[in-house]
Design a protein around this ligand. Sequence first.
Ligand code: FE2
Ligand code: FE2
Length: 363
Amino acid sequence: MMYQPHRPKDDLERGICRYITRYQEAIMYHASHFHIKSRACAEWELEEGQDFRILQLTDSHFGFGPLSKKPDEETKHAIRFLVRRARPDLVIFTGDMIFPFLPKSGTLDNRRQAECFTEFMDSLGVPYALALGNHDAEQFSFCSRRELVYVFQRGKNCIILPGPFEISGDANYFINLVQGGVPVLALAILDTHMYAGRNFFSGFDCIHEDQTAWTMTQLDQIRAKNPDAQALAFFHMPLPEYKSAYKRMKMGDPSIQYHFGSVLEENEYFGISSSPCPFFWEAKRNGMIKGMFCGHDHLNTISLTFEGIRLTYGMSLDFQAYRDIRKKYTQRGGDLIIRKADGRLLIKPVPLGPVVSTTVKGR
Ligand SMILES: [Fe+2]
Ligand SMILES: [Fe+2]
């Protein structure tokens, strides 16, 4: 049976959605080539010979409040520019789309922020899929992360699915690119949650074991239909392997291939979880995932290949969350992923400014 995105009845019955009575009618992206198959899976039918272009954007941190008018306008301008330049078939945001943080945006109303976000993105005329970040439903904000999924679903070009109930997190879902009904590229959009403890200072969370097992099962099912199918994963917080690969590369490990970008967070910081995170090595064992894309650390933009998997930090859009970030520019932009009609995957930065930082300290 087809998924009915118009009735988040199951969530209502579980008492999860306190605020969504206005949001029972989901809208989301509609097109003849796009089909929602379940609460965790959609399919996108590719035309014969079609290259598919994905623009990864991340960490827009829209405030839509009294304190964020200027950075919001700058962010909108940046997104318009990047979409025009990259000409994507699909935009994928890897979290922190909005920023309900009182000292920066002047509001905790993330419901309104999500509405303003979809209104703006809908005006661009390109479909956009969303992964949740740690700030979208920041502490004390009005809507929970699950509620936000249904608010975002009001966007007419938005793609966000709630994901299975049985596993941790919200908005764990797949968009499978298919050709003649056969899957060729699976886009796994996953939740890295928020914090390991109660708040920001307790460290970050990651993709849990049950999400990992679920993702691998989905991939196995896709491979059963097409042994040559590939996959990419999109999520907010980096995996620990981003850091270990970077450190090993700097130590001179020749197996790690550097592509572009930098680690410009202070003291080469990586916002990774200190909890065990099995996702990378399970993905390596599974073999289908060829690339992973995260955001979260706004000054890290590096892209490298580790154990056959391309790990990329998306260039960020932040104009306000980090102090003085407006004055910086080498980290700001997006990343373009092109699946060529012959199956090749190309990944390149789409900087907002004239320069892509390629400084790797001590290398
Ligand atoms: Fe962020
Ligand atoms: Fe974040």
